[in-house]
Design a protein around this ligand. Structure first.
Ligand code: PMP
Length: 428
């Protein structure tokens, strides 16, 4: 690991230069400080270069006889190998290209076997919490330690029919607290009780090496736009059996191998058994190429310097926030829990939305405010009513009252010290 206080330690992972000047209400302009990587990270320079180099050559995949179609088909199929190797998949695992993590988890929800039970912590991002609405879902209470998460899951699984299908869905790194969840232990608990597990790696994969085989998870989902690629492509990877046996997620061309009229006037369809079964329609070739390019860049650079640099930036933010007595950092597992570069906090007496708006208008800093698509978790952390059906961007807290929403700052490759220092100065 090279010196993490030197941004040059991430020289192999330059992001597309974002020297965007933004106006300040106080007059003048400043370089935009993008501190909302947890929503969408900037793309790597290499990803844009790869996409630009490929752009003149792209064609439709799978069906074209022409040279460019064949080239695109090869690149598209090779991208599966690249992503499988980035994720440490097992032999026989399928890599399905989707639009996003949300899409991946909805695909898996549509592929659950009949009678499947689902177990999910109430602390999940809505993309992990909500897709299972057609299954029998058990919502688990927020744990206060990683060990507590494992025992809570074990207790819930102990009561179920061990011969029926079941799925556990868990997030590897929280999009609210940045805290890492004990994925390996949760996978072991799931498997010990005959259940399977899917890992929502939307926040984990951009910050941390992941290995499906080592973690022993059955599926993994992530989004390109949080992993230094542009929008529009995501991945669901893992065990082939449930995916192969399920009805196609989308019905249409590409998913079907053979379609014929029946004597009775109807139509018979044979669907593909491969990942194509769930990828009907013309796929997002450029998006898939970009995601594979980002995976390659991260694999080649390795995560050691990225993790060390993020830890250094986390230290700067935490130390700065600790000097402001009105600031309360949100945490489920405690201050010392290992985390990625995602930190949420509230400021006593401040409405978080006004606070975030001031960071933008007066300092050119882009953060996020609200309940971060994890309403039950943020309400639990704020000590407000977790059953409150109030909306994102909750109403104003009067000075001295408890905030009803929070502010989130997040960063990664390409974040200069200056952005974080400006943020700390602004909060102070
Ligand atoms: N899971 C987690 C933990 C996330 O942070 C997000 C995005 N905020 C999602 C899932 C959903 O990702 P996407 O919007 O790309 O579908």
């Amino acid at each position: 690991v090279t010196d993490p206080s030197d941004p040059a330690c991430l020289a192999p992972l330059p992001v597309l230069g974002r020297e965007v000047s933004v106006p300040l209400v106080t007059g003048g302009e400043v370089t935009y400080a993008a501190l909302d990587y947890a929503a969408s990270a900037p793309a790597l320079q290499r990803v844009w270069d790869d996409v630009a180099a490929y752009a003149p050559y792209y064609g439709s995949v799978h069906r074209g006889a022409g040279y460019l179609s064949q080239l695109s088909t090869d690149l598209f199929e090779n991208a599966r190998e690249t992503v499988a190797s980035f994720l440490g998949c097992r032999a026989g695992d399928q890599v399905v290209f989707t639009r996003s993590t949300t899409d991946s988890l909805n695909l898996l929800a549509a592929a659950l076997p009949a009678g499947c039970e689902v177990f999910v912590f109430e602390t999940e991002h809505h993309a992990s919490l909500l897709p299972w609405r057609d299954a029998r879902v058990t919502y688990l209470d927020a744990p206060r330690t990683p060990a507590d998460a494992v025992t809570t899951l074990e207790r819930a699984l102990a009561d179920r029919d061990p011969y029926g299908p079941a799925l556990v869905c868990v997030t590897g790194a929280s999009n609210v607290t940045g805290e890492l969840w004990p994925v390996r232990e949760l996978a072991a608990a799931a498997h010990a009780h005959g259940a399977r597990i899917v890992l929502d790696a939307a926040q984990l994969a951009p910050h941390h090496p992941v290995s499906v085989a080592e973690l022993d998870v059955d599926w993994i989902a992530f989004s390109g736009h949080k992993l230094y690629a542009p929008f529009g492509s995501g991945v669901l990877a893992g065990r082939a059996d449930w995916l192969r046996e399920a009805e196609p997620y989308l019905a249409g061309g590409g998913a079907s191998r053979k379609v014929s009229r029946r004597a009775d006037g109807g139509v018979d369809v044979e669907w593909h058994d491969s990942a194509a079964r769930h990828e009907a329609g013309s796929p997002n070739v450029i998006g898939v190429y970009a995601i594979a390019s980002a995976c390659k860049a991260l694999t080649e650079a390795g995560f050691d310097d990225l993790v060390a640099r993020e830890r250094y930036l986390i230290g700067l933010v935490r130390a700065g926030l600790a000097q402001v007595p009105e600031v309360r950092v949100l945490s489920l597992f405690g201050d010392d829990a290992p985390r990625v570069g995602v930190i949420s906090f509230v400021v006593d007496g401040w409405n978080s939305s006004h606070f975030a708006a001031a960071l933008s208008a007066e300092y050119g800093i882009g953060v996020r405010d609200g309940l971060f698509c994890a309403h039950p978790l943020v309400r639990t952390l704020l000590g407000t009513d977790p059953q409150d059906p109030g909306e994102c961007g909750a109403p104003e807290a009067a000075p001295g009252e408890r905030s009803l929403n929070a502010i989130r700052v997040s960063f990664g490759a390409g974040t200069p010290d200056e952005h974080v220092e400006r943020f700390v100065r602004a909060v102070k």
